[in-house]
Design a protein around this ligand. Structure first.
Ligand SMILES: C[S@@+](CC[C@H](N)C(=O)[O-])C[C@H]1O[C@@H](n2cnc3c(N)ncnc32)[C@H](O)[C@@H]1O
Length: 296
């Protein structure tokens, strides 16, 4: 038995120490893992048996079930509960100014053209796909508005819209609330934070100039996307790490197709573009891709 397998194995067929297989069995974990893969593309390997238990046990209890198998049976005809179950299995770890080289690239190579595009009356569209609790989209919008209040306010009056979407409803709600602990923005340049956020007792709240630019939506990236327009910039970072290779390739192809010519795709530092998308976008920096055409 591998080290990982022995770590989760427990006497009498239990897969979580101290939890009877009558309540939570390997078969239950396999059902969970199949469901989350089919619906969200997320791969849960055997080492996640304990994690799945701890994330779902409160839902099992709150819905007055004792055995996971009974709870899972219920999900077959309760779509809302199934959606909550999948959301509970997502990993929403994120923070402001994560992978700062992306924001530096955006500020230097992308922002000037977008500001000019907006000033010329053309729409500017950005997408944080898999936005989690919003730190990514808010950082991006602060960088877009920049460190000059007057010029930033001018940009915020133009036809600029960012979509922030995530599979997990609880994450989208947190993103939309836009309130964070005081130290959450320590990694954001102070000038940006001071200009575009306000301090409210023990929290920092995203200011109105940023809020009016962002639309939030619960969206499963594996399903149909309810928009036709193309984006100037897509951030889809640290989302595909949970997917298997065919799912990653299908998603990155759709993202590439959704970019307008000249548009940029930013992915997480451990993610790669492969498959058919490689013919549509070219690497222009570490985990930064551009679709040829449009502006250079
Ligand atoms: C680790 S967070 C990354 C957040 C942010 N992009 C960042 O890099 O900091 C991954 C997010 O992807 C979302 N996610 C996972 N599978 C998804 C899917 N099929 N459709 C949409 N969002 C998904 C999760 O809910 C989670 O909030």
């Amino acid at each position: 038995m591998s080290e990982a397998a022995s770590a989760i194995a427990a006497p009498h067929g239990a897969i979580v120490p101290g939890v009877s297989p009558q309540l939570y069995s390997r078969n239950d974990f396999e059902r969970i893992s199949r469901m989350v893969h089919e619906e969200a593309g997320i791969v849960l390997n055997d080492r996640k048996a304990m994690l799945a238990y701890s994330r779902l046990a409160p839902l099992v209890r709150d819905n007055a079930f004792t055995r996971f198998s009974d709870y899972l049976d219920r999900l077959t005809n309760d779509t809302a509960l199934r959606t909550r179950t999948i959301a509970a299995l997502t990993t929403n770890h994120t923070y402001f100014n994560r992978e700062p080289h992306h924001y530096e690239h955006f500020e230097t190579h992308v922002r000037p053209a977008l500001v000019a595009q907006a000033a010329a009356g053309h729409p500017v569209r950005l997408w944080s796909a898999g936005c989690s609790s919003g730190e990514e989209v808010w950082t991006l919008m602060m960088v877009l508005l920049g460190a000059d209040r007057h010029k930033g306010a001018e940009v915020s009056r133009q036809n600029v819209v960012a979509l922030a979407s995530d599979l997990a409803d609880h994450a989208v709600s947190a993103a939309q609330t836009g309130r964070y602990p005081l130290d959450a923005m320590d990694a954001v340049p102070e000038a940006l934070c001071k200009l575009w956020c306000t301090r409210e007792s023990d929290t920092l709240s995203i200011g109105s100039e940023l809020r009016k630019l962002v639309r939030f939506r619960q969206l499963n990236l594996l399903r149909a996307w309810p928009f036709e327009g193309q984006f100037d910039v897509i951030f889809c970072r640290n989302v595909m790490i949970y997917f298997d290779d065919p799912t990653k390739e299908r998603l990155v192809l759709r993202l590439a197709q959704q970019l307008r010519p000249g548009g940029f795709l930013y992915i997480g530092h451990s993610e790669r573009v492969s498959g058919e998308a490689s013919a549509l976008i070219r690497c222009v920096g570490p985990t930064v891709y551009q679709k040829p055409g449009g502006r250079s």
